[in-house]
Design a protein around this ligand. Structure first.
Ligand code: FAD
Length: 467
């Protein structure tokens, strides 16, 4: 991964002039707000930026980009701050913190939504829901629109309406040279191609415009089964989700049951397998559609039912507060063989800490509608996105949970498609980034050379400019 710290010294007059240009706050070491402002979601990363600029508008972002480029400062761009490898911060450089830019505008006639670059998905859901609309996002509402979208966006609506990038109509961006552009199918189509999966490599996105769909109340939520039924449930799920109509989605996971309501006390702390569902079809048919699912084995807890979309999206928010230690490993899988299922069950039954988990997200259905070269996101032939995460509040458990995640991933990797989802991996280096874009990598490197030839935006899953 490219260098992520810098020790450039900037003189006081230049700092004062930069500060005067900003309408947002400029936070520096020693300021009361500094320690809070430098935190990112993954508690494993404790970096000390030289400046944190809380941008309130595009003009602030332009000033930041110019200040960093002219001063030779390392730049980290922060949307929601959820990056697995802590890419929303850096040591010694400038953090462009977009979090104050959280405005959302819905066009209910055109069925589109425009979200500023610092929004989290909860901001978008809140704004679209009163119109009975939603755009595909993820599985949790506290994640940033910025990072999730730029990496692809895998969520509950993927089988029905595709990835988040498949619904991205246009972006406004500040480029490395400080210029402001709009990229969409007509304007800067190469940039539009690149930002749909290519991460934060090409500039700072100040707003995203998405297509929305008629999604208001869905039928969803988790159904849990005891661990000894995991093989049966996972085998059923694989076969079901590969052939199911697009209006039903469900991701499979291994989880430890939290010691809190609504979970009955007898299950607290037990490792179980779960499928978290989201059905967007006719509500009158929902119960009948779930009958064969409920007939699999003997579910221990069944919490699926009609639920407003924003409630499903935020169901797990409280379980994962900011500041925990997170270690991620990811792969795409095309065919989930019986042998792979045996391994998934083996390691899934050995969660090293109560927060640790393994999820398999379906990426078939509408995700397969786009061709692999339609945009930067390439894995259109994969059926599953696997993510293994060791999670715990206590850094003392890191070694144990990292070893589990690595061993789990290593065991499954021979059954994978090669690369993984860039939004769900740590800083694994340029080979893994390249593998994640496959044949699209070279074109990405050329577009990077056109828009960011000096790699100003390198605190990301970095694509180096083509020579
Ligand atoms: C609890 C949790 C749940 C998750 N669930 C899902 C899920 O359901 N589906 C899914 O697809 N992913 C999911 N992810 C992964 C998530 O997509 C990535 O972590 C993503 O990078 C987070 O985006 P962010 O804006 O919050 O992060 P940040 O740390 O702010 O940014 C991540 C990267 O994106 C860049 N970036 C962010 N905003 C902008 C912008 N406006 N302009 C330019 N660059 C920008 C940053 O520079 C950085 O490189 C989850 C992550 C967590 C921690």
């Amino acid at each position: 991964m490219a260098a992520q710290s810098s020790t450039v010294v900037v003189d006081e007059a230049t700092i004062a002039s930069f500060k005067a240009q900003l309408r947002g706050e400029l936070i520096q070491p020693g300021d009361a707000a500094y320690d809070e402002a430098r935190k990112v979601y993954n508690g494993m990363f404790d970096k000390r930026p030289r400046f944190i600029a809380r941008c309130v508008d595009v003009a602030d972002v332009i000033s930041c980009v110019n200040f960093a480029r002219e001063g030779g400062l390392l730049v980290a761009v922060r949307g929601g701050g959820h990056s697995a490898p802590g890419l929303g911060t850096c040591d010694g450089g400038l953090v462009i913190d977009l979090s104050p830019m959280d405005g959302v505008h819905v066009d209910p006639v055109e069925k589109t939504v425009r979200a500023e670059g610092g929004c989290v998905w909860g901001d978008v859901d809140h704004a679209t829901h009163p119109f009975g609309l939603a755009t595909p996002s993820g599985f949790i509402s506290t994640t940033g629109v910025g990072g999730l979208t730029l990496g692809g966006g895998i969520g509950y609506l993927a089988r029905a309406y595709g990835l988040t990038v498949d619904n991205l109509l246009s972006v406004d961006m500040v480029l490395a040279d400080g210029s402001f552009v709009t990229a969409n199918a007509e304007q800067h189509p190469d940039l539009y191609w690149a930002v749909r999966g290519g991460g934060g490599n090409f500039g700072v996105v100040t707003s995203f415009q998405f297509r929305c769909h008629d999604v208001g109340t869905v039928y969803g939520g988790p159904i849990f089964w005891p661990l000894d039924q995991a093989k049966q449930v996972l085998t059923f799920w694989r076969d079901f989700i590969l052939g199911a109509p697009r209006d039903i989605n469900g991701w499979f996971g291994f989880v430890a049951i939290p010691p809190a309501p609504p979970f009955p006390e007898q299950y607290h702390g037990q490792t179980m397998c779960v499928i978290v569902w989201c059905y967007t079809g006719d509500m009158d048919q929902a119960a009948a559609r779930f009958e064969p699912i409920r007939a699999v084995g003997t579910p221990a807890m069944d919490l699926a039912g009609p639920v407003p979309w924003p409630a499903l999206q935020s169901l797990f928010d409280a379980l994962f507060p900011p500041g925990l230690q997170w270690y991620w490993k990811a792969d795409f899988i095309t065919d989930l063989s019986d042998q792979a299922i045996d391994l998934l069950v083996k390691y899934g039954g050995q969660l090293p800490t109560p927060y640790s988990t393994m999820h398999l997200y379906p990426v078939n259905g509408a995700v397969h509608d786009a061709s692999p070269d339609a945009m930067a996101f390439n894995y259109r032939d994969a059926n599953f996105s696997e993510v293994i995460v060791g999670v715990d509040p206590d850094p003392a458990n890191n070694e144990r949970m990292i070893e589990w995640a690595r061993n789990y991933w290593l065991a499954l990797h021979p059954y994978s498609a090669g690369g993984g989802y860039i939004n769900m991996m740590m800083g694994e280096g340029s080979d893994q980034v390249r593998a994640s874009y496959r044949a699209n990598y070279d074109r990405l490197a050329q577009i990077k050379a056109r828009y960011d030839p000096h790699n100003l935006f390198r605190v990301n899953q970095n694509i180096e400019p083509a020579k």
